[in-house]
Design a protein around this ligand. Structure first.
Ligand code: KIV
Length: 263
């Protein structure tokens, strides 16, 4: 994939598949699949570090995980999230943050919301850094949104989001994540853009879908929003595997001759 394939897929009506990835081992697994795009999301702060939201993600964290994913899936298109406030400083500091992610192995960066970000997005794209936009339930703004809830339900919010989507496209974004918004609004935004939309909790009219790796693999049973579909009961399978190992150790069945070195 490259940024032009994203648009091409939209125009051919081929859905884009994206999943988050934060570590080398998972990247190796994903590298062997047909997934179109990996997102080193700032959700890493929650899934890999146990924080309660994404506000704790740091640039250093993103650099570290982006580099690990890139080592495991060098052939995949990797998007890395600019973390909380890392792109709300001076232009020079913002550019340096994007530079860190690109030099860690990302092919593009993602940032949340349009207001106040458009000149920076223009600057990045003119400097050779593809940008993925993100609208809707953008967790970095959770305290201004009054919590984590579906966005764009009122007419004024929906209108604003439609305009923001167009502004992000005009500023140079090559794709747009739409998170937790009504299906009809996502449809209208998708139809109004020539760049693709990638939805999470935004219904089936978007040009692609993204899910968090741990959610779709059933590894995160504490969190089950309506939009998540568990495709593998991963936690159950892993727990069963560990129990089998424990029982084999206790019974003296592991290791046996095939796992032992001779003289
Ligand atoms: O960080 C993340 O996982 C994301 C997805 C929800 C799109 O931004």
């Amino acid at each position: 994939m490259n940024i032009f394939d994203f648009t091409l897929k939209k125009h051919k009506g081929e859905k884009i598949s994206m999943v988050t990835c934060y570590d080398y081992t998972s990247a190796r697994i994903l590298a062997e699949t047909s997934i179109d795009c990996l997102l080193v999301g700032d959700s890493v702060a929650m899934t890999m570090h146990g924080f309660k939201d994404t506000l704790s993600a740091t640039l250093e964290m993103m650099r570290f995980h982006t580099a690990a994913v890139s080592r495991g899936a060098s052939e995949k298109f990797i998007v890395s999230d600019l973390p909380f406030l890392s792109y709300r400083k001076s232009l020079s500091k913002n550019v340096s943050a994007a530079q860190v992610l690109m030099q860690s192995g990302a092919q593009a960066v993602k940032l949340e919301n349009a207001t106040g970000n458009l000149p920076f997005i223009r600057h990045l794209t003119e400097s050779g850094i593809p940008v993925m936009g993100h609208l809707g339930l953008t967790m970095q703004l959770m305290h201004m949104l009054g919590g984590l809830k579906v966005q764009g339900r009122s007419e004024s919010q929906a209108e604003r989001m439609k305009q923001d989507a167009l502004l992000l496209q005009e500023a140079g974004c090559f794709a747009l994540v739409l998170e937790c918004i009504p299906t009809q609004l996502a449809k209208e935004i998708t139809q109004s853009l020539h760049i693709p939309t990638i939805g999470i909790g935004a219904g089936f009219h978007t040009d692609g879908q993204v899910l968090v790796y741990q959610d779709l693999l059933g590894l995160n049973t504490d969190f089950k929003p309506k939009f998540v579909k568990v495709f593998v009961e991963g936690q159950v399978k892993i727990r069963n595997g560990i129990e089998k190992y424990v029982q084999a150790v206790k019974a003296g069945d592991f290791p046996n001759d095939e796992h032992c070195y001779g003289n």
